[in-house]
Design a protein around this ligand. Structure first.
Ligand code: NOJ
Length: 529
């Protein structure tokens, strides 16, 4: 179909580069490794990959602290290797998105080194500097998401700089037009190289209240992030103007797209799509907080579907590098595997662009990372349990030593089940979760209702979530049984032409009305009418 847009009708796969595939045996994943595994992604059938940051970085926050936006960190490779990866991906019909971090740089970025050199440095105003209040207190009560006050004292010049995350991540001052110009230059640099788009880090924080007013207390007042209502330190209305200019820049190229990370309620997230003149997509993170519950899932699907403007498009995210993997969150002693299979149906058959996190196609759980091997700084700036290492343990490719991920010592330990839960084993098993993902991706691609159709919730018995998708003459019925016993979705009679059932090896019923789902089973049926 000529009007098929990769970011809208396709499926995006997130790669955490340190953990996907190590090409040089140093225990850390890299671009050569990703290149060597593109055939897995082509076989799976994804349309695009998003690489978490690959730019030079001191790695205080593993790449979300960028010290040069226009190069590749040596741990991952170099620009030549990147160009080769891009060419190889494109040759397989796979688009490549990079992770752009506009809110903050590394404190080692030359811009910040200059900025902090003196109060009169021409780059001083590229970041947000303020005098302390009388008595040395910070200028206001804002706190950093990663612990401590958002204001970092800088003894050399006697002022404090704003940092929304780690002290190694100073916030840029987007209100300075030179910063906006420089950052547009970064986007152009990669677009000219052929990159297809960007995932944009915490875009809702690039503009704050210019008067820097204190945040009011939340209903649970306290010193940490949750103790305040974040009304002045994020989500400022001026961000929409910045986004419209970013969109205009992207629109100057062919079919490029941006997806934004916005840590706000779904209704607010949807406003970042503008009237089709801001972001192409804005992550729907609602499911990251949801328990395994038909009603809760149904509510979130309907809410975001309705919130997204007519010119926009929804999306779904179940897992990423910041939150325990969904197979862990929704695990169950007997039904964990069935739930992971049913979750795949929700992700791939609802309306919106699905974002997959590497390894979820295997049902990877969070790895156990003992305290002495923890690497994520949140383990010490916030709380040992805040570490995100568990969801970043390396990909399981095979039962070979190092899980086929590395010939060296992996930078984080492998999850316990790597010898049995890996790509090689699941490719050899037609009933595996990996094959289910592949089948669902293929079904989406050949079923216009699934790629493009409207979403209409259908009445269903308690514990079952059911909906219809329809586009022109194409129609699909979807049912997910969240319960731990058999349930009948109760679809009206309709001849089944095609579909996928999470029950391995089962043939589809001839009539949708006959469908009965076992515990935590799900089915997508392409039907007549
Ligand atoms: C969100 C990213 O996903 C997370 O990994 C990072 O630590 C923060 N933004 C700060 O850049």
């Amino acid at each position: 179909m000529s009007d098929r847009l990769w970011w809208k009708h396709g499926v995006v796969y997130q790669i955490y580069p340190r953990s996907f595939m190590d090409g040089n045996g140093d225990g850390v994943g890299d671009l050569a490794g990703i290149r060597a595994r593109l055939d897995h992604l082509a076989w799976l059938g994804v349309d695009a990959i998003w690489l978490s940051p690959i730019f030079p970085s001191p790695m205080a926050d593993f790449g979300y602290d960028v010290s040069d936006y226009c190069d590749v960190d040596p741990v991952f490779g170099d620009l030549t290797e990147f160009d080769a990866l891009l060419a190889d991906a494109h040759a397989r019909g796979i688009r490549v998105m990079l992770d752009w971090v506009p809110n903050h740089t590394s404190d080692q970025h030359p811009w910040f080194r200059e900025s902090r050199a003196s109060r009169t440095n021409p780059r001083r105003d590229w970041y947000v500097w303020r005098d302390p209040n009388p008595g040395g207190a910070p200028p206001n009560n804002w706190v950093a998401m990663f612990g401590g006050p958002a204001w970092q004292p800088d003894p050399a010049t006697g002022q404090l700089y704003l940092r929304s995350f780690l002290k190694e991540q100073p916030d840029l001052n987007w209100r300075n037009p030179e910063v906006e110009r420089a950052m547009h230059g970064v986007l152009r640099f990669w677009l000219e190289r052929g990159v297809d788009g960007f995932r944009i880090d915490v875009i809702h924080r690039i503009a704050k209240d210019p008067a820097m007013r204190d945040n009011p207390p939340s209903e649970r007042p306290g010193p940490g992030w949750g103790g305040q209502l974040h009304v002045h330190d994020e989500n400022h209305a001026d961000i929409h103007g910045f986004l419209r200019r970013i969109r205009a820049l992207l629109d100057g190229y062919d079919e490029r797209a941006a997806v934004g990370e916005i840590g706000l309620a779904p209704e607010q997230v949807a406003t970042y799509l503008g009237r089709g003149d801001e972001l192409h997509l804005a992550f729907n993170f609602a499911f990251l907080r949801q328990r395994w519950d038909a009603e809760a899932f149904g509510r979130e699907l309907a809410l975001f579907d309705a919130a997204v403007p007519a010119e926009g498009w929804p999306d779904l995210v179940f897992s990423n590098h910041d939150i325990p993997r969904h197979a862990t969150r929704w695990d169950h002693p007997q039904l964990g595997e069935a739930r992971a299979r049913a979750a795949a149906v929700v992700l791939l058959a609802a309306r919106g662009t699905p974002f997959l996190y590497f390894g979820e196609e295997l049902g990877m759980r969070n790895g156990e990372v003992p305290p002495e091997r923890r690497r994520d700084p949140l383990a010490w700036t916030l709380h040992p349990n805040a570490s995100r290492d568990g969801e970043r343990t390396p990909m399981h490719w095979s039962a070979a030593p190092g899980a086929g991920f590395t010939t060296g010592e992996p930078w984080l330990p492998l999850a316990a089940d790597w010898r049995t839960r890996n790509v090689e084993a699941q490719r050899a098993d037609r009933g595996s979760l990996l094959w289910l993902y592949r089948d669902l991706l293929a079904l989406r691609r050949r079923t216009p209702a699934l790629e493009r159709g409207v979403f209409r919730p259908l009445p269903a018995p308690a514990g079952v979530l059911a909906w219809e998708r329809r586009h022109g003459g194409s129609r699909a019925l979807v049912a997910v049984n969240f319960a731990d016993d058999e349930r009948k979705p109760g679809f009206a009679a309709a001849a089944v032409r095609d579909g996928v059932w999470t029950r391995a090896g089962a043939s589809l019923p001839g009539d949708a009305g006959q469908l009965a789902l076992g515990p935590c089973e799900a089915a997508v049926l392409a039907v007549d009418g």
